[in-house]
Structure formats: C-alpha cells, structure tokens
Design a protein around this ligand. Structure first.
Ligand SMILES: Nc1ncnc2c1ncn2[C@@H]1O[C@H](COP(=O)(O)OP(=O)(O)OP(=O)(O)O)[C@@H](O)[C@H]1O
Ligand SMILES: [Mg+2]
Length: 354
C-alpha cells in the first residue's frame, strides 16, 4: 500500500465534500506553509467513501493542483471508511522485517475480507505494558479495488501517488505537530467530516485505538431537508447559520440539536468501546477537527455527554505562515477542514506512520 522514494510531496485529501491540498516545507525542524487550498466536489461525486463520479473528482484535483502552482507531482493521500480496516493486535516481540514476513498469516484471522483482495500494512505501537514479551501492532487492511480507484484518480490527473495513508493517522500526525500533551495523558481525537468520522485515542503521544464511524455532517443536512422540505443547497446554508425566509430559527436550532446529539452519541459509543477494552485508561480531553467540529452545537453536545473538555484543533497552529502569502484569519476559519491534509503534507516517503 505504500510507495517509496524521496522527493518533495504535496498532501491531497479527497473528502466527500471537498478536496484539500497542503504543501509544507521543513526547514531546520520547522514546518513552513508553501501552499494550501480547497475546492468543493459535487454532492454525489463521492458516496460512502466510494468514488462515484471519477471525472468530477479528477477535474477538481487537477484544477486545484494547477491553480495553486504546486511544483511537485508527488502526492501523499489517504483513505478511510468501511473498505479500510484497522485492528490493534498483539504479536510476540519481533523486528519489523520479521513482522513483514508473518503479517499475511496473522491477518487472516482478524480481517473480515478475503486476504487476497486487500493490501496489508502494519504499524508497531510498542511493547505491551502488561507483558513485555508481546508488542501491540496496528494491522491495516484496505480493499485493493478501493485503493486502486484512488490511485487511478491521481494518475488520471498526471500526478504520482507516493504514499497512501489513513485519515485517522494523518489527523494524529497533524495533532502531534501542533499540540503538546502531558506524558501519560490519554486524549481522544475525532475528525468529523461530511460523510464520516474518524475516532482515535492517544496515550503518551502514541495511538492506542482507532475506529471509523460511517456517519458525519451530512445527517444534519438530511434532517434539515426532511424537516423543512428544502433542497440540499438551502439545507447547507441553514446549517452554516444563514437565515432563510419562512424558516423559524427556533425550529432550526431544534433540528441541529437533535442531529448533533446523534453524532455525539456515535462518538461516545466508539469511546465507550475503547474504555471497555482499555483496563484503566480514562480519556481526559477530547480534540475535534473536520468541518463539523466548527458547529458550536457539536462541541456542547460532546462536552455534556462525555463530561470532559472538548477543544477544536487548529492544524496550522505551529506552522510558520508568511502573512504576505496567506491570510491568517482565513486559515483559522477553515483550519479544522485541513487537519488531514496537513498531516499528509508532513509525511515523507519511507516514514512508518510515526
Ligand atoms: N463553519 C462551519 N460550521 C458548520 N459546519 C461546517 C462549517 N464549515 C464546514 N462545515 C461542514 O463540514 C463538512 C465538511 O467537512 P470536511 O471538509 O471535514 O469533510 P470532508 O473531508 O469533505 O468529508 P469526509 O471526510 O467525511 O469524506 C460539510 O458537511 C460542511 O457543511
Ligand atoms: Mg475528511
């Protein structure tokens, strides 16, 4: 699943709602913003993470790459959703090379897909605290068809996909760059997109749990459409806070509250699943990102439900930005949508997701 070489790279996140592009340059340990931009996709171009209208996606990726004058054709991108499975497994301590040789045999018992139909990868988390002879490993399996569809998009754009990452791991990468947390701190991380959410738990800066949820901000649009008999464009406007004549604000607020409650409930369910499997690790703080994180109701719903502080991630927080080239206010306002792309832009070929 990973392609190796070493050159300048650009991070391209194809979300179901919009494509985001970020290019960073590392100079003496600091990341500098070189280029960034986003463009919307037509509503049905990507459904349930699957590319339904590849020519629409190709057009958007190509024109963004051209208009931003990205100097490299080498792309880091990512996938997520139900064609991608991440499982935390335990293996006896061994080298990366040994693991590489045995992972296929191990994977069969954990992956609900035919093993010949998936690309496999792994990421060693570290030795197990309770049993030092064992180590914890993230096993990643992604359906070949799904990965190949994504690769084909970039090839059609005349671009070269160099690294295929996973959304939740890219978000973790962006988080680690921008936020310092106490040793031993256990924190939750949720990327809340239009079509889905990626939930992770980090301890001591290392990922110990990750799960994708197939529900995202689109349910807000659907509820608004259903409730008020509106089309998708109007529903989107209402969600973003615009007032539409004839629609009562109080009624809008109620729909938003109940739909955000559904999202918060899904997040809680995932985190409960983590808590049930993690001896005594208690999540102390939740960081959220993705477009939906900007909705004030979602933060409130999560804080109320989980009883912990919830903070919105600014993925550009520690990135050096030349104010002549980028408006810092703009970066702040769209920041949450760029967490995946920033995490991708920091990848270098040969990295092993750490
Ligand atoms: N200021 C805002 N307030 C509320 N919602 C917002 C705001 N800005 C964007 N959104 C919503 O966020 C969603 C887009 O977020 P994001 O870019 O993270 O999704 P995506 O990456 O395209 O989707 P996915 O990752 O699920 O495929 C849309 O549903 C959009 O309406
Ligand atoms: Mg996304």
């Amino acid at each position: 699943m990973f392609f190796r070489s070493s050159k300048d790279l650009v991070g391209i996140d194809i979300g179901s709602r919009a494509v985001k592009v970020v290019q960073l340059r590392e100079v003496k340990g600091l990341w500098h913003l070189q280029a960034m931009g986003m463009a919307s996709l037509p509503p049905e171009a990507i459904v349930d993470n699957a590319i339904m209208d590849s020519s629409a996606v190709i057009d958007v990726v190509k024109s963004l790459h051209t208009s931003l004058k990205i100097g490299t054709k080498n792309v880091v991108t990512s996938i997520s959703g139900h064609s991608v499975i991440i499982r935390k497994i335990q293996m006896p301590i061994m080298t990366e090379e040994e693991l590489e040789n045995s992972i296929v045999f191990e994977a069969e018992q954990y992956i609900p897909f035919d093993i010949t139909e998936v690309f496999l990868d792994f990421h060693i988390i570290g030795s197990d605290v309770n049993d030092p002879t064992m180590m914890n490993v993230f096993l990643v399996a992604a359906k070949k068809d799904f990965v190949n569809d994504h690769i084909a998009i970039f090839r059609e754009c005349g671009l070269t996909p160099m690294v295929m990452d996973i959304d939740s791991l890219a978000v973790q990468n962006a988080f680690e760059l921008n936020y310092a947390v106490d040793d031993n701190a256990v924190i939750g991380l949720v990327n809340m997109g239009a079509g889905g959410m990626n939930v992770s738990v980090l301890k001591d800066g290392a990922s110990i749990f990750t799960r994708d949820i197939q529900m995202g901000g689109n349910i807000l649009n659907e509820e608004i459409q259903k409730q008020f008999g509106l089309g998708s464009a109007d529903a989107e406007r209402i969600k973003l806070g615009q007032v539409i004549p004839g629609i009562e604000q109080q009624a809008v607020e109620e729909v938003l509250l109940s739909a955000t409650e559904m999202l918060a409930q899904e997040v809680q369910r995932s985190l409960d699943f983590f808590t049930a499997t993690a001896a005594d690790d208690k999540i102390q703080h939740l960081y959220i990102t993705g477009g939906i994180a900007q909705l004030p109701q979602i933060r409130q719903a999560l804080e109320k439900r989980l009883g912990i502080d919830v903070e919105i991630i600014d993925p550009f927080r520690q990135i050096v930005v030349n104010e002549k080239d980028f408006e810092t206010e703009y970066l702040k306002s769209i920041g949450p949508m760029f967490a995946v792309a920033v995490g991708l832009a920091m990848r270098r070929v040969g990295d092993k997701n750490d």
